[in-house]
Design a protein around this ligand. Structure first.
Ligand code: IDC
Length: 505
C-alpha cells in the first residue's frame, strides 16, 4: 500500500499511462497530474487502483509532501510515522482522530477527516457560510460537529463536492482517485510562496545504492543473484534479532541508520519458538511493519521463518504454509521481498527426508501466489549442509541455499564447502553470520571476520549480519542501552557493529 505513495523514485513520468486509468475516466486529469508531479505513485504492475480506498497515512503523507512538511522523528515504526507526527504538530488533525498506531494509520480515512486535513494543509483560513453551504449537502446531518467548518469551507471553494444525489457521505472512505481530485483542487489554494518542496527533498528516503529502485525484481542466474536486467547484484545488511524481543529496533530511524551506511538489505528474524510466532502470532505485525519500513527506505527485505530450537521444519509445516501464504498475498509482486523459509534446520533430520519435502511444500505455496519471488532455503546442521543439498537439489528456479557462519567458530572448512557447492551450481546466500562465536558471544573475531568478508566479496555473495539489537552479546551491533530513538550514531555501535556497518559498501 505505502508503495503507492512513498517512493518518489518509482514515480511515473508525466503522461505515463496506468493500465486502469483511461482518458475517458473522470479522474484522468487529476490522477495524471498528481502522479506526474511525483505526489502519488502507481503500483509495480503498472496499475493505479483508482477505486481502492486511501488510508490516513497515505493521505497525510501525500499532503505533507505537497506542502513541503519535514518529517519529525517519531517513536513509531510506521513508514509514515515522521510525516504523521509533523502533520499532527502542524494541527492538521487531532491526536484522537488518528492515534499513532499502524492499525489506525492504515485504515481507510473517512471523507470528513480527509477534508479537514486537506483544508488545514492547503486553505487553513477559508470559511464557508453555514446557511449557504450546508444547504448543498443533502446528508449534512451525518457530519460530526467538529468537521462543519472545514467541510463548509471546502464546499465554498469547490474543493469538495457531493455525489449525484447531493450526498457527502462524511463517514465513508475516499478512493485514491477521489483523493487525487480533492488534493489537486486544494493545491490551487495553498498560500503562495510556501510549501510544495520537490518530492525528492521532502520524502524521507534516500535511495540506497543497489536498492530496489535500482535493481527491481531479483532473479537467480546460475549461482548469482541478479537484478531485473540480469546483471549480478550483491545485497548486504543486518538481520534483526528475535522480533519478539527487539521490536524497538524496527523503527524507521534505526533501519535508516543501516541504509545510510550502505545497507540495501534487512532480514526480519521471526522466531517460531521461544515466545515467537507459534505462541504469539501478533509478532507477524512487527515483521510486516518492518518490511514496509525497509521497503520505504528502498531496501530489500528477507522474511525469515526463524526455526531454531524446533529443528525439524516439518514439525510446523502447516503453520509455515499458512504464514507464507498470507505474507505472499500481502506482498504479491513486490520486488523488495525475499522469503527465507527455514532459518536453521537442526537435530536428527536429513536434507532429503525433512528439509527438501518441507521446502517443496512451502515454495509451492509462495509460488502459487507470487511466481517471481526469490526464496532462500536452509539445510540441516544449522544451514551448513550445502553438500547434502547439492546431491539432491530443488527443482525450482530462483532458489538460493543459505549458509550461516559465525567467524569465531566456523572457518576454512566451511568456506571450502561453499566453494564446492558453487562449483556444483548451487546458488549460495549467507543470510546470517556473526562476528562472534556460534553462541552469539565471544570474540570479537575481527581477523576471522576479515577473511570471511573478503571471501564473500570475491564471490559476490550476499549477506545479512546477526544482529541489529543492543543485547549484551558480542554479535549485537549496538552497545547495550544506547538511545536509538534518533537512530544509531557511530558511538553507539558495538565493536562488532563497527566492523559490520563499515562493510556494507
Ligand atoms: C541467538 C541470540 C541469543 C539468543 C539465542 C537463542 O544471539 O541472544 O539467546 O539465539 O534464541 C544462530 C541463530 C540465531 C542465534 C545465533 C547466535 O540463527 O538465532 O541467535 N545463531 O547463537 N545460528 C547460529 C548462531
Amino acid at each position: 500500500m505505502m508503495l503507492a505513495v512513498c517512493l518518489s523514485m518509482a514515480a511515473l513520468p508525466a503522461g505515463a499511462a496506468f493500465s486502469d486509468v483511461k482518458e475517458r475516466d473522470w479522474f484522468y486529469d487529476s490522477v495524471t497530474a498528481m502522479a506526474g508531479a511525483g505526489h502519488i505513485n502507481g503500483y509495480p504492475d503498472g496499475s493505479f487502483r483508482p477505486n481502492e480506498k486511501i488510508s490516513g497515512a497515505e493521505l497525510v503523507s501525500i499532503a505533507a509532501r505537497m506542502r513541503g512538511l519535514a518529517p519529525v522523528p517519531a517513536q513509531n515504526a510506521h513508514w509514515a510515522g515522521g510525516l504523521m507526527r509533523a502533520a499532527l504538530d502542524a494541527g492538521w488533525y487531532d491526536w484522537d482522530e488518528l492515534p499513532p498506531d499502524a492499525r489506525n494509520y492504515d485504515e481507510p480515512i473517512s471523507r470528513q477527516l480527509a477534508v479537514k486535513i486537506v483544508m488545514r494543509a492547503f486553505a487553513p483560513d477559508a470559511r464557508g457560510d453555514y446557511a449557504v453551504e450546508s444547504a448543498k449537502i443533502a446528508d449534512f446531518s451525518q457530519l460530526d460537529g467538529r468537521y462543519y467548518e472545514p467541510v463548509l469551507a471546502a464546499y465554498a471553494l469547490g474543493i469538495a463536492t457531493g455525489d449525484d444525489r447531493g450526498n457527502f457521505e462524511p463517514k465513508s472512505g475516499l478512493s485514491r482517485a477521489q483523493a487525487c481530485a480533492l488534493l489537486s483542487r486544494a493545491a490551487g489554494f495553498a498560500p503562495a510562496g510556501e510549501g510544495a518542496a520537490p518530492p525528492e527533498t521532502s520524502v524521507p528516503v534516500v535511495p540506497v545504492s543497489g536498492g530496489v529502485g535500482e535493481n527491481g525484481h531479483l532473479r537467480v542466474i546460475g549461482t548469482r543473484l541478479c537484478n531485473e536486467n540480469g546483471d549480478p547484484v550483491v545485497l548486504r545488511g543486518m538481520s534483526s534479532h528475535g522480533l519478539q524481543w527487539f521490536p524497538r529496533f524496527m523503527t524507521g530511524n534505526v533501519i535508516r541508520s543501516t541504509a545510510e551506511r550502505g545497507a540495501n538489505l534487512l532480514r526480519l528474524a521471526m522466531y517460531t519458538a521461544e515466545g515467537g510466532y507459534l505462541s504469539d502470532p501478533s509478532v507477524k505485525n512487527t515483521l510486516y511493519d518492518a518490511v514496509d519500513l525497509a521497503r520505504a527506505l528502498d531496501m530489500y527485505a528477507i522474511i525469515d521463518w526463524h526455526i531454531l530450537s524446533d529443528g525439524d521444519p516439518m514439525t510446523h509445516l502447516e503453520e509455515a504454509e499458512t504464514f507464507f501464504r498470507e505474507a505472499a498475498e500481502r506482498y504479491r509482486g513486490d520486488p523488495a521481498v525475499i522469503y527465507e523459509i527455514c532459518n536453521e534446520p537442526n537435530g536428527n533430520i536429513t536434507w532429503s527426508g525433512n528439509v527438501k519435502p518441507y521446502a517443496e511444500a512451502v515454495i509451492g505455496v509462495i509460488r502459487a501466489v507470487d511466481p517471481q519471488a526469490v526464496i532462500l532455503v536452509g539445510s540441516p546442521t544449522w544451514s551448513q549442509d550445502l553438500h547434502e543439498a547439492a546431491k539432491d537439489p530443488l527443482a525450482f528456479d530462483n532458489i538460493m541455499y543459505t549458509c550461516h557462519f559465525y567467524a569465531g567458530t566456523h572457518g576454512q572448512w566451511l568456506r571450502d564447502r561453499i566453494d564446492e557447492a558453487l562449483a556444483r551450481g548451487l546458488p549460495v546466500f549467507v543470510s546470517e553470520w556473526g562476528v562472534s562465536a556460534a553462541d552469539g558471544g565471544g570474540g570479537v573475531f575481527a581477523a576471522e571476520t576479515g577473511e570471511w568478508l573478503s571471501f564473500m566479496e570475491e564471490r559476490g555473495i550476499s549477506w545479512a549480519n546477526w544482529s541489529l539489537c543492543d543485547k549484551n552479546e558480542t554479535s549485537a551491533a549496538v552497545r547495550p542501552g544506547a538511545d536509538i530513538s534518533d537512530g544509531i550514531s557511530d558511538g553507539e555501535l558495538s565493536e562488532s557493529g563497527k566492523i559490520v556497518f563499515g562493510a556494507f559498501r
